[in-house]
Design a protein around this ligand. Structure first.
Ligand code: KIV
Length: 282
């Protein structure tokens, strides 16, 4: 059902959705028009994800994305003045070196217009950074499971927590993320049973991507959802449109019209007053 409220969505609103069956909807957005479209459709959270590196900037993975890239895209999303909460991704190496460095980088994203940041991992090293951010009153969304920034350490984009022991460890990471002060956590690329178990164990909302139906919300990448310039989508994606096909068909027609001379028409051209036209050199 479309949202009727015009009250901007805040971090406490998101926290209050735990165990309400009012599932959270998060979608990535990287610029003003995508933010406006998603906001008008009733999305709760706009994630300026580091997936921007892969779906917009053409990188093979997210590791090349810099804080400045996310700040640039966050500012564009923010200029759309959405009702949805804006969460910006801390890119790789922006929260790994020291708590001071982490807070400084996150502040850059908050100043660009985000209300919260997201970072990947639940190990003690990450917990320290989450606590520093929360101490600086920067709300943090966690992200565990298949964390794309760990691509090299994981040996690729692979489903995680596939054994009982790995699931137990991941549950510990989830609890650490909650304990350190995150207001919600993304569960990515894990078996549905494990996501359900973690969701039941936590008091903060879980938002799943490739984590089955039993999370407190779901997130997808804008370009996957609408098949816009992406190739083969992963198994967990449901595509609701094929904008890529429609865009290519539209552009093909433009190419044909230019080549045949039918574009632009007289109606699509500016006119010079007849008197002025008569004064032109032949
Ligand atoms: O960067 C991103 O788009 C993400 C989502 C896939 C959760 O982190």
């Amino acid at each position: 059902m479309p949202k009727t409220s015009i009250t901007p969505i805040t971090v406490p609103h998101i926290q209050a959705r735990k165990n309400t069956n009012d599932y959270l909807v998060m979608l990535t957005a990287y610029d003003a028009p995508t933010a406006k479209l998603a906001d008008a459709a009733g999305v709760d959270i706009l994630l300026v994800g580091d997936s921007v590196g892969m779906v917009v900037l053409g990188y093979e993975d997210t590791l090349s994305v810099q804080v400045e890239d996310i700040a640039h895209h966050t500012a564009a999303v923010s200029r759309a003045k959405p009702n949805a909460l804006i969460v910006a991704d801390l890119p790789w190496m922006s929260y790994h070196l020291s708590p001071e460095d982490t807070v400084k980088n996150a502040a850059q994203l908050i100043r660009a217009g985000a209300a919260a940041v997201k970072l990947e991992g639940g190990t003690p090293a990450r917990v320290k950074m989450i606590q520093a951010l929360v101490d600086a009153e920067i709300p943090v969304m966690g992200h565990i499971g298949l964390t794309p920034q760990s691509k090299n350490a994981m040996g690729g984009f692979k489903v995680q927590a596939k054994t009982a022991e790995a699931a137990r460890q991941l549950t510990e990471h989830a609890k650490a993320v909650e304990y350190s002060g995150c207001f919600s956590v993304v569960l990515e690329g894990i078996p549905a049973t494990v996501a359900k178990h973690i969701t039941n164990q936590l008091n903060i909302p879980t938002i799943g991507i490739g984590a089955g139906p039993d999370c407190d919300g779901q997130v997808l990448v804008f370009h996957d959802l609408l098949q816009f310039g992406t190739g083969q989508s992963p198994k967990f994606v449901r595509s609701y449109e094929n904008l890529g096909e429609r865009a290519t068909a539209g552009i093909k027609k433009f190419v044909e019209d230019v080549k045949s001379g039918s574009f632009p028409s007289g109606n699509e051209s500016y006119k010079l007053d007849e008197g002025e036209a008569s004064l032109l050199e032949p």
